[in-house]
Write a new protein. Structure first.
Length: 284
């Protein structure tokens, strides 16, 4: 029988992984489906016994989302409107049973191009906290995700938290995705938008797109163009040509590259329109 470890402290977990090649497990909603056997191969390090890794806390610098915080935890958390997009994405992660078990760090470490949690976290300027016996380091989310099923996680490291800075907790936000059916679906395209409006103009905007490339993409150039623009008619300024030049979607059975670009453009426009409407920025 393979060794199974379920430590109660991060310190003990880090000591174990420093000396042994271990499979990290939490919700296992991605891990088990990817396993072709009746049990996980090799020794397993179960992180769910570490109480300090679960939950969302607020500090002077912003928000700390523990690595084993579940999607149901995110949905139930008391968070400002800037996190609405993350809550909406959480509600799209599989069934309620999956939301109860799946963890936010597991979603990131799985590094799927269609991971629902990534676009909202990108739009929240999230960083990933990585812990080892040598200490901690913080990596911007866009640098943590390096490709399809690839991350910057190094040997002996565990994702201990996702960090959202206080300045990103302002404004309204929204998330939208398109799939082949309404529920339990892998995205063809998905978007997250965070908007801050002042006196009818865009003070700050964050735009990100998922499932349209090897990793989700923050549209920083488009954000710069839209900042300072009137909130009224903002969606009309989201250019499909720009998205086609910026994103690199694949073509597969769920949709070809051109369709994904069209879908992402429309989802962005609709989400921006919804948020602008909430701000009272649209004329009748």
């Amino acid at each position: 029988m393979n060794a199974y470890h379920r430590p109660e402290s991060l310190k003990d977990a880090l000591a174990l992984i420093a000396d042994n090649p271990l499979t990290l497990a939490a919700g296992c909603t991605d891990l088990f489906p990817a396993t072709e056997f009746q049990e996980l191969p090799g020794a397993v390090l179960d992180l769910t016994g570490i109480a300090g890794l679960r939950g969302i806390t607020t500090g002077t610098d912003g928000w700390r989302i523990g690595a084993t915080t579940t999607w149901s935890d995110v949905i139930a958390a008391d968070l400002p409107a800037a996190f609405d997009m993350l809550k909406q994405a959480a509600a799209e992660v599989g069934s309620v049973q999956i939301q109860n078990a799946g963890t936010i760090a597991g979603n990131l470490c799985n590094a799927s191009p269609a991971a629902d949690g990534v676009p909202p976290l990108l739009a929240l300027d999230a960083e990933v906290e990585l812990s080892s016996i040598n200490g901690q380091r913080r990596v911007p989310l866009d640098a943590f995700l390096t490709g399809v099923r690839r991350t910057a996680l190094q040997s002996g490291e565990i994702v201990s938290a996702i960090l959202v800075p206080g300045k990103a907790g302002h404004g309204r936000s929204g998330f939208a995705k398109l799939g082949a059916r309404k529920y339990l679906v892998i995205s063809i395209a998905m978007v997250a938008v965070r908007l801050i409006e002042e006196h009818g103009n865009v003070s700050e905007i964050a735009l990100s797109v998922g499932a349209c490339g090897a990793v989700a993409t923050r549209l920083t150039d488009l954000e710069s163009r839209l900042t300072g623009q009137s909130v009224a008619g903002l969606a009309e300024k989201i250019d499909k040509k720009y998205l086609a030049e910026t994103l690199t979607p694949i073509s597969d059975l769920r949709g070809d590259a051109a369709y994904r670009i069209t879908a992402a453009t429309e989802l962005l426009r609709r989400t921006v329109t919804d948020l602008a409407d909430q701000c009272g920025g649209l004329s009748a």
